[in-house]
Design a protein around this ligand. Structure first.
Ligand code: FES
Length: 194
């Protein structure tokens, strides 16, 4: 997946809180980096590179077991810290500390889950309202950002890769149906444009 230059200091919203219920693993991308967002039984959220350090299988294919993430392929288990805790084929061997998932920064705020390369401070505080349904648009973030409507909406972009972006945000009046209509029309217009 082609990478996009991200501002390393920024927080980027990559999911809504309700996208990741208990025990769920949510797959998304940010700037060409594929990520797995998962929530343990203790309600804690985690953002990891979506790649098992063993053979590279996607973590999002695995499952959450007793607060750990278990890879689907060989069932290696990983604690919330990212450290591998158990290798079934070698049950009596101490797992080397070097075997770790790649953990990304994570913050919650304004009904969203945020991450970034090396984000500074806290995620931006969004105005009160309802979290809209995220809308993917098959145009680069630089194109989409110039067309974002502002009327009644507080919007931001999650650059997915070099060719597409996800629009996320808040409907200030709570009218989610209207927000959906506006953004669906925007997507149609942008994707039809050459
Ligand atoms: S690829 Fe994940 S445990 Fe083997």
């Amino acid at each position: 997946m082609a990478r996009v230059m991200l501002d390393p200091r920024n927080w980027y919203a990559i999911a809504a809180d309700h996208d990741v219920p208990h025990g769920h693993i949510y797959r998304t991308t940010l700037g060409g980096h594929e990520l797995a967002v998962w929530r343990g039984s203790d309600d804690a959220l985690h953002v990891w590179q979506n790649r098992c350090p063993h053979r590279g299988v996607r973590f999002s294919l695995g499952e959450v077991v007793d607060g750990e993430l278990r890879c689907q392929y060989h069932a290696w288990r990983f604690a919330a810290s990212g450290a591998c805790t158990f290798i079934p084929a070698q049950p009596d061997r101490k797992v080397p500390g070097s075997i770790r998932a790649t953990v990304w920064p994570m913050a919650q705020g304004s009904g969203m889950i945020w991450t970034g390369i090396d984000p500074v401070g806290s995620p931006p505080m969004l105005p009160d309202g309802a979290v809209i349904r995220a809308i993917p648009i098959a145009k680069p973030a630089a194109v989409v950002t110039q067309a974002l409507p502002t009327d009644g909406l507080a919007l931001m972009l999650q650059p997915l890769d070099e060719a597409s972006a996800m629009v996320r945000g808040i409907a200030l009046d709570g009218d989610l149906a209207r927000a959906d209509r506006v953004l669906t029309a925007l997507r149609r217009r942008l994707e039809r444009a050459a």
